[in-house]
Design a protein around this ligand. Structure first.
Ligand SMILES: [Zn+2]
Length: 225
């Protein structure tokens, strides 16, 4: 009897683990393109630090998005957010990608030289002093499912008030939802009752400004070279 109960318990655990993995796997493609589009919106809106953080997540999806596109975007976002150290690493990666044409590799090298003559390849001191981002690789798909805000690409901190989507199981920081009532990834409506009431919106907007993980906005006036 005890053995049967133990076996049944193990099977339940195994089934739960399998279901969890299936959820992670089935949403991976949607995550990749959601984050790809989000990073572009953030960059073109002048939210360079947000764009940089979201762009680093894309490294997890090299099997779904062309690595040349990923590292080109990372280089651009890091340039605009003045993280020249990380920008330089993205150029090194681009030059090492074997399927890139030789003339493109030469173009990367020329562009990198013209940038790093003016800007030494180092990240801001505040960034170097901080403990590494969760999204410094390796971080893995599970971290994206459980620790990444789908509305902003930010790491979800312990102090952050979040909404969990019942359909895709991804999380979003309430302040970053800016009043929207649907999941940014799968567009499912958040359940009534857990929906955002005015009080939670007020506290979350305060929280979003106070959150230590929220990047600062920066204006878009920054020429490429
Ligand atoms: Zn969802």
């Amino acid at each position: 009897m005890v053995a049967a109960q133990t076996l049944e318990g193990l099977m339940t655990l195994d089934q739960a683990a399998t279901e969890h993995s299936a959820i992670e796997g089935s949403w991976r493609g949607a995550e990749a393109y959601h984050l790809w589009l989000l990073a572009h919106r953030q960059l073109y809106d002048g939210q360079f630090e947000y764009a940089r953080r979201t762009s680093l997540l894309l490294q997890e999806y090299e099997d779904l998005i062309d690595p040349v596109d990923i590292y080109s975007f990372i280089a651009l976002a890091c340039f605009y957010s003045k993280h020249y150290g990380r920008c330089s690493k993205a150029f090194i990666k681009l030059e090492s990608i074997t399927h890139a044409a030789k003339d493109r590799q030469d173009a990367y090298a020329d562009l990198a030289t013209s940038i790093f003559i003016k800007h030494p390849p180092a990240d801001p001191a505040s960034s170097r002093a901080r403990k590494p981002d969760l999204h410094e690789p390796p971080f893995g798909p599970k971290a994206i499912l459980t620790h990444t805000c789908m509305a902003s690409g930010r790491d979800v901190g312990h102090a952050d008030n979040t909404m969990m989507c019942k359909v895709c199981k991804h999380r979003s920081i309430v302040g970053e939802l800016r009043g929207r009532q649907t999941c940014p990834l799968c567009h499912a409506r958040y359940k009534t009752g857990s929906a955002l009431d005015p009080a939670s919106l007020l506290s979350s907007s305060v929280e979003s400004h106070m959150s230590p993980t929220a990047p600062t906005m920066r204006s878009a006036n920054h020429a490429l070279v």
